[in-house]
Write a new protein. Structure first.
Length: 203
């Protein structure tokens, strides 16, 4: 088995990657989270793009542990806010990870924006850093921002994100439905060839 470090402590992210790998028929990878390795200094997310942040996180994990590392950075890009919150999505309200406050602020900022100008996209950049170098991919999930939250699934801005062509918000989709369409699911799918190659090394 080849070990693969996932630069997260969120078990949902490990489960999501495992589902993507299983669906693609990729075996031979043992997934580890940050909770499974010795603590190391994690650099702050100061990149100007999702790609920069994802690659920095993956590189930190690989350098600290010697284990191939995959990391993602994701958020929501809103047309009417010139692409913001973007890389600041998790701390848009000033407090990192306060989903409710972040969502309230976003809706307040869009309160006067008409429906036809509420376009947005969830964006995820995923990076894999290993002995053979780095691979960075990007997945996008287009949609619009609703006027009020709906649904209690998912996390982050899911309750106010209406995917293109859907009548249900991201928070109203089942995990399987979200995997099949989401930005992170799309990015991870693009990473599968590199992960398949990593698994084949059996190191």
């Amino acid at each position: 088995m080849t070990q693969l470090l996932v630069a997260s402590r969120n078990p949902k992210k490990l489960a999501e990657l495992r589902r993507v790998l299983d669906a693609a028929g990729v075996s031979g990878l043992e997934l580890l989270s940050l909770a499974d390795v010795a603590p190391f200094d994690e650099a702050p997310e100061t990149g100007a793009t999702f790609e920069e942040n994802a690659e920095a996180k993956a590189r930190d994990g690989y350098v600290a542990t010697g284990i191939a590392c995959v990391a993602d950075d994701s958020g929501i890009s809103v047309d009417a806010l010139n692409g913001m919150p973007g890389v600041l999505s998790a701390r848009w309200s000033g407090v990192h990870g306060d989903d409710a406050a972040n969502t309230r602020l976003l809706l307040a900022q869009l309160s006067d924006v008409p429906s036809e100008r509420r376009g947005a996209a969830f964006v995820s950049a995923c990076a894999l850093v290993s002995a053979s170098g780095s691979v960075v991919v990007r997945g996008e999930w287009p949609g619009t921002v609703t006027r009020e939250p709906r649904g209690d699934g998912g996390f982050g801005y899911d309750p106010v994100f209406l995917p293109e062509g859907s009548t249900r918000t991201a928070a109203e989709l089942t995990p399987a439905e979200k995997d099949a369409a989401s930005h992170r699911g799309r990015a991870l799918a693009l990473l599968v060839p590199a992960l398949r190659e990593l698994a084949a090394r059996r190191v």
